[in-house]
Design a protein around this ligand. Sequence first.
Ligand code: PBG
Length: 336
Amino acid sequence: MALMAGAAIGMAGFPVHRPRRLRRTPALRRLVAETRLTPPDLVLPLFVKEGLDEPAPVASMPGVVQHTIVSLRKAAVDAVAAGVGGLLLFGIPAVKDARGSAADDPGGVVQRALADLEAEVGDATVLMTDLCLDEYTESGHCGLLTTAGDVDNDATLERYAAIAIAQAAAGAHVVAPSGMMDGQVAAIRSALDGGGFPEVAILGYSAKYASAFYGPFRDAAECAPQFGDRAGYQQDSANGDEALREVAQDLAEGADAVMVKPALAYLDVVRRVADAVAVPVAAYSVSGEYAMVEAAAQRGWIDRERSILETLTGIRRAGADLVITYWATEAARLVA
Ligand code: PBG
């Protein structure tokens, strides 16, 4: 092995290797940067709410809104113009029920929005859909409930299969199951294949942790659990090896790409997954990560743009190929 460059001592007694040489100018730093943040790496989550007349700001996520079908189109066009790699759609239905019926209704809000986006920007970007029930169930849980009030894993899989078909039929290129039910990827893969959508890809929310950092999202998507929490199906933040098992399981079931979520408190998991798999790895920089930076920046406590770019670069450096972030459009412009 070569000697560590820093160990050599030059004539004047100073180290020969001077790392600062390559940090001297912005152009030098750009030339030798190990990690690139580029617009196509970024995926923008978007919320669309049925029955809205005007976009509705999300108080805990300054700059993020619940879209109308019309404002959604505009946000999608903006994102695509900025070069963003994909859009990830979340729907908020007008009516919630025990089965989450609106989730797979062909006239449901996400399905209608998809048809619109497919027409507007479909060829220019990747349309992804969050595939879950929590926005659609009265309970706010990600699945159907047993009479005892537990989330019924296998009954929920049938619902996910139906939602996958509805989203694919409406134009989704990628479905992203986020409910953390065991066997969800297999159920969805077989539904898509059997339903005539073998080309639709699955991005598994494979290592999704039960996280306090989802707090603001639950306002945005109106999906806070009405009782209990999601710790019985989402992962425990103490566990890293378990994430690798979840990822392996999703790949065995047919996932085309995998995700770690949240990002910042789990960068070690992002790195381990990236080292372990040969498929694209996404990391979701979640609502709470967004809110922390926005709130501190509003108070003048941190530099907003630098914090955004440092956050997203750190997630890429940890090994994420794709970063799902509410800053996607803005960050794409900043790095272009
Ligand atoms: C579930 C889902 C959640 C998020 C994405 N998909 C919420 C949850 O599991 O409670 C959180 C995203 C974020 O916080 O930005 N459909």
